[in-house]
Design a protein around this ligand. Structure first.
Ligand SMILES: [Zn+2]
Length: 419
């Protein structure tokens, strides 16, 4: 390897060097995967300290493992370095001994997508692009708009009509150009956006590796952090919400990097969670579909409040399916009612307010515990991907109506005594 990375085709294995600018394989049109050169790190890497470049902030401390060559292209809002919380009260409620929560809501715009867009926007800067574009249900939109603002780039944001208004206000505050499309299917909106990128010369900073192989490298840093936070002793299970599949695929690839570096010996089993009303990866695993087959299978009707993972196609099946299969994990579909109950339970026991897509992980954990698939003694880590403030419409339905009480001692006393 001559540069910091190469681009490997995930279908035919054909290798492209770092200067290759297309997003698909030149031979078979397959999706590309960044193949990072780990050899400079292998030399003395026994403690994990060599992974870090402490001169760079947050997630960018893993610069040696990220596919950006030019340090001056780094764009940071302080993403990464999120807490790994040991959930005591919630674990007790669920009947499990050790439950960790990787709290990605603490990223600058409130979701793990900040890690991906930080890399995507840095790559755009490296390439000298002036305008970036994304398709998103909201989290990618907010992150793209914020990082573009920081880097001084224009951002064109395409969202489905169902995107929560809180997320759209956030996008507009960051000064992006918003296109709310009168349609639900991410696949169709993607097609429209790809046309617009060709037509107007915008740089597509998709978090689907299928359309941009660089962004998901940012999400691998979640795996590096979890490993460091647990002293390189990984849990038995990782439970991750799945939309397009980039997150679960990135985590698995990140853990594999650490194994290749000799820093971990045992890898976790990966659980991909979707809402029952949009569960194409669950179906793909159940039916034994290949990545190519999964790409052609669109979920017919999206019906879930977990908008952040309501992708009707597993765009990154080429990395998401191997994550589940190679790790001997599983894919789980959960009803919205269970996820919403967990959203409230998590907030009221651990003080962490997430959006419904994140709460699916806890609903899945409960299901797996009930089925005996996960045992009480297993150590489990759930990834909480997005902040609850991003979807107040769902949250409002989970709490009682807010009533006004008079400025009056008797009224307060009556309320306290339940009269
Ligand atoms: Zn190929």
């Amino acid at each position: 390897m001559t540069g910091k990375f190469e681009l490997d085709c995930s279908y035919c294995g054909h290798r492209h060097d770092a200067s290759y600018l297309e997003v698909r394989c030149e031979r078979c049109d397959g999706p590309l995967i960044v193949n990072t050169d780990l050899s400079p790190l292998k030399a003395g890497s026994t403690s994990g300290q060599d992974l870090r470049d402490s001169a760079l902030p947050g997630m960018w401390a893993y610069f040696p493992l990220l596919p950006i060559a030019d340090r001056s292209a780094v764009v940071s809002l302080g993403e990464g370095n999120t807490p790994l919380t040991r959930a005591g009260r919630l674990a007790q409620d669920l009947g499990i001994h050790t439950l960790y929560l990787k709290d990605e809501t603490r990223n600058p715009t409130g979701s793990f997508k900040d890690r991906m867009l930080a890399v995507g926007v840095a790559r755009a800067c490296e390439l000298g692009k002036k305008t970036i574009a994304v398709q998103s249900s909201g989290n990618v939109a907010a992150a793209a708009a914020a990082y573009a603002a920081k880097a001084g780039l224009q951002a064109k944001i395409f969202v489905p009509r169902t995107a929560p208004e809180e997320k759209l206000v956030q996008v507009l505050m960051y000064g992006a150009d918003l296109f709310r499309i009168d349609h639900d299917s991410p696949t169709d909106i993607f097609d429209l956006l790809r046309w617009a990128c060709d037509e107007f010369g915008w740089y597509l900073v998709s978090t689907a590796a299928l359309f941009n192989p660089f962004t998901l490298e940012g999400a691998k840093t979640i795996a590096y952090e979890i490993a460091e936070q647990l002293g390189f002793d990984l849990p038995e299970w990782m439970i991750v919400p799945v939309g397009g599949g980039g997150n679960i695929g990135s985590l698995w690839r990140g853990f594999n990097d650490l194994q290749a570096l000799g820093l971990v010996t045992r890898l976790p089993r990966m659980v991909g969670v979707q809402a029952a009303g949009c569960a194409p990866i669950v179906e793909a695993i159940r039916l034994g579909r290949t990545a190519r087959e999964a790409l052609t299978c669109r979920w017919p009707t999206i019906d879930t409040v977990a908008g952040a993972i309501a992708d009707d196609v597993v765009f990154d099946a080429h990395i998401a399916l191997p994550a589940v299969r190679e790790s001997h994990g599983t894919a789980v579909a959960v009803p919205d009612t269970d996820s919403l109950a967990m959203e409230r339970l998590l907030a009221s026991t651990e003080g962490i307010f997430v959006e419904p897509a994140s709460a699916t992980t806890l609903a899945a954990l409960k299901q797996l515990l009930d089925q005996g698939e996960v045992t009480r003694q297993d150590r489990v880590c759930c990834v909480l991907t997005g902040l609850g403030f991003k979807d107040m419409t769902s949250a409002r339905k989970l709490v009682p109506p807010i009533e006004t009480v008079p400025l009056d001692r008797e009224a307060i006393a009556a309320r306290v005594r339940g009269q």
